[in-house]
Design a protein around this ligand. Structure first.
Ligand code: CUA
Length: 322
């Protein structure tokens, strides 16, 4: 593509749903219109440069030239300074306002799936109220039907944005904004917090996976099974480490966790630290040991007082599918 860097799973120019397609169409129209206007202005400017030389060798007297300039000057002012911008703005508004409205939730025959997403510094809490699932930093949704995202924040203003599916919407503390999105076909998309929210704003990514209906139902069943399981190996030494170092903020047993992500589904997450690094055994150990170097300023205290063996055992205990 001509514009390098505009492709990929986080590109608004590769729409994968209706809302994103509208936005991409508007974007292309705006780019086209602006390009035509830019070329016209440059053309006129070049014309003005050369016209002066031609006129100086012509037959017309100075008075005639002054009259001519005044009349054409006025036409240009009214045409180019008033009519053209008014028409351009009216056309773009007429085109853009309905697109904005289409993104708002509209009544449907069938209630869409509801997913509640809460922004935290610097991660995403993802809750499926009807299915009773709470996970983090990844969203699984069914493809081919609308999903209502109920968006809010736990601390500062964040913004939820999955460019291939639709526009961004602010997540405001104490308020719920609803964004209806639909993925046309199964696929993987990437989202990013789109409102500066502090030190690690850039490392606040979200992974979105649209699944065929049946695969989505299987995913729901697997997560519900995770939630139903009891605490993993409560007698393991790692359970005690977890209790004394992690349990103020994280849960492995379903208690509310005001601080960090719920870790019952950790084994099912592809990335750690809201997209900071890949989740495998080494990744989890590195994260536990070096998270303050990998994502400086994150809210988790450093684990300097824990030695490598303890952290490695903790990583095994946490990463296990119970
Ligand atoms: Cu959250 Cu930027």
């Amino acid at each position: 593509m001509l514009l390098g860097g505009c492709e990929g799973s986080q590109s608004a120019l590769q729409p994968a749903g209706g809302a994103a397609r509208d936005i991409a169409l508007l974007w292309w129209w705006m780019l086209g219109t602006s390009t035509v206007i830019l070329l016209a202005v440059v053309g006129l400017w070049l014309y003005a440069q050369f016209r002066h030389q031609d006129d100086s060798s012509g037959q017309a007297g100075p008075q005639n030239i002054a009259d001519f300039d005044r009349i054409t000057g006025r036409r240009w002012l009214i045409g180019g300074g008033l009519v053209l911008p008014t028409v351009a703005i009216v056309v773009l508004l007429a085109f853009g306002i309905p697109i904005g409205h289409r993104m708002l939730p509209l009544p449907l025959d069938e209630a869409p799936l509801r997913i509640e997403v809460t922004g935290h510094q610097w991660w995403w809490e993802v809750h499926y109220p009807e299915q009773g699932i709470t996970t983090a930093n990844q969203i699984h949704m069914p493809a081919g039907r609308p999903v209502d995202f109920h968006l809010t924040s736990n601390d500062v203003i964040h913004a939820f944005w999955v460019p291939q599916l639709g526009g961004k919407l602010d997540m405001i503390p104490g308020r719920i904004n609803v964004l209806r999105l639909q993925a046309d076909a199964p696929g993987r998309f990437r989202g990013q917090c789109a409102e500066f929210c502090g030190l690690q704003h850039a490392r606040m990514r979200i992974k979105v996976e649209a699944l065929p209906e049946e695969a989505f139902n299987q995913w729901v069943a697997a997560r519900q099974a995770d939630e139903a399981r009891s605490v993993r190996d409560p007698d393991s030494p790692s359970a005690q480490v977890f209790d004394s170092h992690c349990s103020q903020c994280h849960s492995v047993a379903g208690e509310p966790t005001p601080g960090g992500p719920d870790l019952r589904h950790l084994h099912s997450r592809a990335l750690l630290g809201a997209g900071t690094l890949r989740h495998d055994r080494d990744g989890l150990q590195r994260w536990l040991r070096d998270h303050q170097q990998l994502k400086p300023g994150n809210r988790m205290p450093s684990h300097d007082q824990l030695d490598d063996d303890t952290l490695s055992a903790l990583a095994d205990w946490l990463g296990r599918q119970q």
